[in-house]
Design a protein around this ligand. Structure first.
Ligand SMILES: NC(=O)c1ccc[n+]([C@@H]2O[C@H](COP(=O)([O-])OP(=O)(O)OC[C@H]3O[C@@H](n4cnc5c(N)ncnc54)[C@H](O)[C@@H]3O)[C@@H](O)[C@H]2O)c1
Length: 321
């Protein structure tokens, strides 16, 4: 990104996750959040007021607003492509929440559109840039587990309808455990094993309806439109393989389980939905103990958010052409 001053940002989508983005983005000196947009104008106005942002309104108004260079797209998965396309057409860089789109062909078209337009298109999860996963990546590159061979991941919970006040989208195309939480796990495995070559999977659905558990809509029943339990096998170009499980059907919550097994050791990687965490290594031929290695390096999020300068901010390294 060529400009020299703070980067002008418009946030599109002022729902739940905007309360995670806005306090951080308004704290970074290299960003200048100028505009909040949402289909719900009141919500956009309220978030602008809460975080001291000067203007709010529609997507179209955000794209016309002076000095906006980057659109941070925090809309629902079904709207990610539409909002990103409009922003790229207006010459803006785009950061999308995950998933990039709900369809691979549309995702590829979006990447091609951004390349043609000469703008940057990035996508969550940015946790792969955090201290936890970057320390794991460095250790593996240094040979800490020998040659990486296989990955094993597990994420299971009763589902997010208990805590999200508008959870319907999490059970519609573009979400479910695979699209909602899978990006954290698949991105981590891609960081280690590279591009995937073949995938096989099975999907199940335990319940046809769910009930909202919190907020003003608590007690309302809604339909489930996607598999809520997915088991996947992946083979990577470089020869690695992984087994992954994603479920919103389990009363027993377990998440953040990622193990990479190499020729010399197995590494337990920090939760890919977090920026920090220890790395544990269990070496071949030793007793049953694990060696614990703290993560090192810059993190973002929660209490660890730092004031990054424009030159040291890690955001640009997450961007894909
Ligand atoms: N909630 C979380 O904990 C969480 C965590 C990580 C990532 N995310 C991701 O963030 C995104 C948003 O999730 P959320 O939980 O904030 O949802 P939400 O329902 O709370 O908010 C989404 C907002 O986007 C607005 N919106 C939808 N379509 C729009 C459009 N075309 N133009 C403008 N505004 C539009 C809605 O009106 C709503 O205000 C999703 O992609 C989700 O996967 C959420």
């Amino acid at each position: 990104m060529a400009s020299s001053g703070p980067l002008g940002v418009a946030v599109v989508g002022c729902g739940m996750i905007s309360d995670e983005y806005l306090p951080h983005m308004t704290a970074f000196p290299d960003l200048n959040v100028l505009f909040c947009a949402d289909l719900d104008q009141t919500r956009a106005k309220d978030q602008a007021a809460r975080y001291g942002i000067g203007a709010s309104g529609t997507l179209a108004q955000a794209l016309e607003y002076p000095d906006v260079e980057l659109v941070v797209n925090l809309t629902l998965p079904v709207s990610h492509a539409e909002v990103a396309t409009a922003a790229i057409s207006a010459g803006k860089h785009v950061w999308n929440e995950k998933p990039l789109t709900t369809d691979p062909a549309i995702g590829r078209a979006l990447l091609a559109q951004a390349a043609r337009a000469g703008v940057q298109l990035g996508c969550a999860p940015d946790t792969v840039l955090g201290a936890g996963l970057q320390t794991a990546r460095r250790l593996i590159a240094q040979g800490a587990i020998g040659t990486p061979q296989t990955g094993l991941t597990l994420m299971q919970s009763p589902g997010p309808e208990s805590w999200h006040p508008s959870p319907e989208f999490l059970f519609q195309p573009g979400a479910g455990p695979l699209f909602d939480l899978g990006p954290y796990y698949f991105s981590t495995l891609a960081m280690i094993f590279g591009p995937a070559q073949r995938v096989a999977a099975v999907g199940r659905q335990a319940q046809g309806t769910r009930v909202i558990g919190s907020g003003p809509k608590a007690g309302i029943e809604f339909g489930v439109e996607v598999p809520t339990h997915v088991g996947a096998l992946v083979e990577y170009d470089g020869g690695g393989a992984a087994s992954l499980l994603f479920s919103f059907d389990s009363p027993l919550p377990r998440h953040g389980f990622v193990e990479i097994t190499g020729t010399e050791a197995t590494m337990a990687i920090p939760d890919p939905n977090q920026f920090d965490g220890d790395i544990r290594i269990h070496r071949r031929g030793r007793d049953s103990s694990w060696e614990t290695i703290p993560s090192a390096g810059a993190s973002a999020g929660g209490a660890t958010v730092r004031k990054l300068s424009r030159t040291t901010a890690s955001s640009s390294s997450a961007l894909v052409p």
